[in-house]
Design a protein around this ligand. Structure first.
Ligand code: ATP
Ligand code: MG
Ligand code: MG
Ligand code: MG
Length: 510
C-alpha cells in the first residue's frame, strides 16, 4: 500500500507525540547557534547539546521532531558521495525522539521496533539490529543488556550484530557525554543491490542500509581520556527520513521517492533532456548523476537560504551553489536551473518547513545575484589562472577566483610535487596556508584532486608551535590593558622612561 512522504513523516510524529507522550519540538535552523565548531546543523541532537552537557534543564523529558540536517564539511562530510549512491544527501531530514533522563534502553528499543513493524508494517525479517560490542581500550564492556532487549523483543540472534566503537560508540566531542549505540538496518533484498549502492556490502542475499541510530548516553569522557558513568542517562535517536520513505515506498533509492521525482520532472520539462532513469552505472550514469546532484543540492540550497544563510558568509554553501550553476550549463544547457528547482523544493517541503515559502523570493534573488557575480568572476579571470585551468580542468571545482595568490601557490606546489608525489607535508601545508592564504578546506580539496594525502598531524603540530610563539611575543604596550594572567601593570612601571606629566602645561616634564 502506497504512502506519501507526508503521511510517513506525520505517522512518525503522531506515534511519538500522540501515542507515546512526547513533545513536538520544531526543527532548529541549519545555521548552528552558539557552536562555532560546526558549519551546519548536522544532527537532531545539536539543539539539545546543552541538556546533555548538563548546562540546561530540559523543558520536557520526552521530545520528538524532524530536524533539518546538512552534512557538508566537518566530521560528517557526505558531499563527495552525493549522487554516486542512493542514500547519502547533503541535506536530509533526521527524524528523532529523545529521552532526557526519562526512559532508557528497553523502552527506546521497544518504541522503535513497534513503530517500524506495527505502524509502518515492515516485515520483521527485513530488519537487522546492531549493538556495541565493547572496547578494551575504552574500558567498556559489551552491551549485553541491549542485545538481550532485542532478543526479548523477538529478533533472532542471527539478525543481531555486534559492532565496534567506530560505528557503535557515539561521542559528542573529544570530551563530554558519550555512549554505545544500537542501530537498525533495513534489508532492500538483492534485486536492488546493483543499482542502489556504490559498493556491494553483503554479497549475495542482502542489501542493508542503516536506517536508525539509537544512542544510549550513559558515559562521560573526561579530559584525561578516561570514561566514567553518568548519573543522568539520556536517549538520543536519529532516523534518516528519505531512507525510510524509500524503503516504505519500495524504491531502490531515495531519489525514486516523491521527495525527489517532481524535481527531476521539472528539470526534464524545461531542459528537454532525456528523463531521469535512475542509473547508478552504465551509459546513463553521468546524466543521471547530474540529475541527482542538482536535485540534492537544490534542496540543500533552498533550506540554507530559507534559514537566512548567505553564500557570502558560508563558503561551503557558495561552492555548492556554484557547482549547481556549472552543472546546469554544462549538462543541461540551462543558465541557472536553481531558479526553477527551488520553488519545487518549496512545494515538496513547504508544509513541513514554511520558511521555504516565506523566504522564496529572497532566496531566488540571492541565487540570481550569485549567478551574475559568478559569471563576472569567470569573465575576469587572470591569464595565469586561465592557463592553469586549461591544462587542469579538474581544478575548476576549486573557487580559484577567491584566492589572488593561487597562481604563485600552484607553481610552488607543482615544484614541490615533483619530488614529493604522494603527500603534502605539514611544512608545505603551512606554506600554502600562511604564505599564500589558501584555507585548509581548499588545501584538502587540492590534495584530493591531485591524489595526494595530507600530513594533518604535522600541520597541526606546527600550527600549535607557532601559536605558542606568537603568545610569547605578545606584549601589552598599553599600560592600562590587563595582562594575560589577569594582573594589571602599575602605571609606567614597564617603561624605561620616567617622565612626569604636568596637567597645567599639558606636557611632560623632562
Ligand atoms: P551512514 O553510516 O549511512 O553514513 P551515519 O552513521 O553517518 O550514516 P548517523 O550519524 O548515525 O548516520 O545519523 C542517523 C541517521 O541519519 C542514519 O542512520 C541515516 O539513516 C541518516 N543519515 C545519515 N547521514 C545521511 C545522509 N548524508 N543523507 C541521508 N540520511 C543520512
Ligand atoms: Mg555517515
Ligand atoms: Mg553509520
Ligand atoms: Mg550511525
Amino acid at each position: 500500500k502506497y504512502r506519501s512522504s507526508k503521511v510517513i513523516r506525520q505517522q512518525f510524529l503522531d506515534y511519538f507525540v500522540k501515542d507515546n507522550d512526547h513533545n513536538f519540538v520544531r526543527s532548529s535552523s541549519v545555521i548552528p547557534f552558539c557552536d562555532p565548531t560546526l558549519s551546519f546543523t548536522n544532527a537532531g541532537m545539536n539543539q539539545f547539546k546543552n541538556i546533555f552537557l548538563g548546562n540546561q534543564q530540559p523543558k520536557y523529558t520526552r521530545v520528538a521532531n524532524t530536524q533539518k540536517c546538512i552534512r557538508v564539511g566537518g566530521k560528517h562530510n557526505d558531499l563527495s558521495v552525493v549522487g554516486t549512491d542512493g542514500y547519502h544527501h547533503t541535506f536530509f531530514e533526521m527524524l528523532g525522539n529523545w529521552s532526557f533522563g526519562d526512559y532508557f534502553k528497553k523502552e527506546a528499543c521497544e518504541m522503535a521496533w513497534n513503530l517500524l513493524t506495527k505502524v509502518y508494517e515492515i516485515p520483521p525479517e527485513r530488519l537487522y539490529v546492531t549493538y556495541f560490542k565493547g572496547d578494551q581500550t575504552l574500558g567498556l564492556k559489551p552491551d549485553i543488556e541491549c542485545r538481550d532487549i532485542w532478543l526479548e523483543i523477538g529478533v533472532p540472534i542471527n539478525r543481531i550484530v555486534a559492532c565496534d566503537a567506530k560505528d557503535n560508540f557515539w561521542e559528542m566531542g573529544k570530551t563530554g557525554p558519550c555512549g554505545g549505540c544500537t542501530e537498525i538496518h533495513v534489508d532492500h533484498l538483492p534485486s536492488y543491490r546493483k543499482v542502489n549502492r556504490a559498493k556491494d556490502v553483503n554479497k549475495d542475499k542482502h542489501d542493508l542500509t542503516e536506517l536508525w541510530n539509537i544512542v544510549f548516553i550513559e558515559n562521560f569522557r573526561k579530559s584525561d581520556g578516561t570514561i566514567e558513568h553518568l548519573q543522568q542517562k539520556h536517549v538520543d535517536t536519529g532516523m534518516g527520513f528519505e531512507r525510510l520513505v524509500a524503503f516504505l515506498q519500495d524504491k531502490r533509492s531515495n531519489y525514486d521517492t516523491d521527495l525527489f521525482i517532481p524535481l527531476f520532472e521539472k528539470i526534464q520539462r524545461i531542459t528537454r533532456k532525456p528523463p531521469y532513469l535512475g542509473s547508478f552505472s552504465g551509459d546513463d550514469f553521468k546524466r543521471d548523476m547530474s540529475y541527482r546532484v542538482i536535485a540534492d543540492h537544490s534542496r540543500m540550497i533552498a533550506i540554507a537560504l530559507a534559514d537566512g544563510m548567505f553564500p557570502e558568509e558560508n563558503k561551503k554553501l557558495r561552492r555548492i551553489l556554484r557547482k549547481c550553476l556549472n552543472v546546469s550549463v554544462k549538462v543541461f544547457s540551462h543558465e541557472n536551473l536553481l531558479t526553477e528547482t527551488i520553488p519545487v523544493v518549496a512545494n515538496i517541503l513547504g508544509d513541513t518547513f514554511p520558511e521555504l515559502h516565506q523566504k522564496l523570493f529572497t532566496s531566488l534573488d540571492i541565487v540570481k545575484y550569485e549567478d551574475e557575480y559568478y559569471k563576472s568572476l569567470k569573465s575576469s579571470l587572470s591569464k595565469g589562472i586561465k592557463d592553469i585551468l586549461e591544462k587542469n580542468p579538474q581544478l575548476m571545482d576549486l573557487d580559484l577566483y577567491e584566492y589572488p595568490g593561487f597562481v604563485q601557490a600552484y607553481n610552488e606546489f607543482k615544484r614541490y610535487k615533483k619530488s614529493n608525489p604522494y603527500e603534502i607535508s605539514g611544512d608545505m601545508m603551512i606554506q600554502l596556508y600562511s604564505n599564500f592564504g589558501l584555507d585548509l578546506d581548499f588545501i584538502e580539496r587540492l590534495a584530493e584532486i591531485e591524489r595526494m594525502t595530507l600530513d594533518i598531524n604535522g600541520f597541526e603540530n606546527r600550527m600549535e608551535a607557532m601559536k605558542g610563539k606568537s603568545l610569547e611575543n605578545f606584549k601589552v604596550d598599553n599600560d592600562i590593558v590587563m595582562r594575560l594572567d589577569g594582573s594589571i601593570p602599575a602605571t609606567n612601571n614597564d617603561s624605561k622612561y620616567n617622565y612626569e606629566y604636568d596637567p597645567s602645561s599639558n606636557l611632560y616634564k623632562i
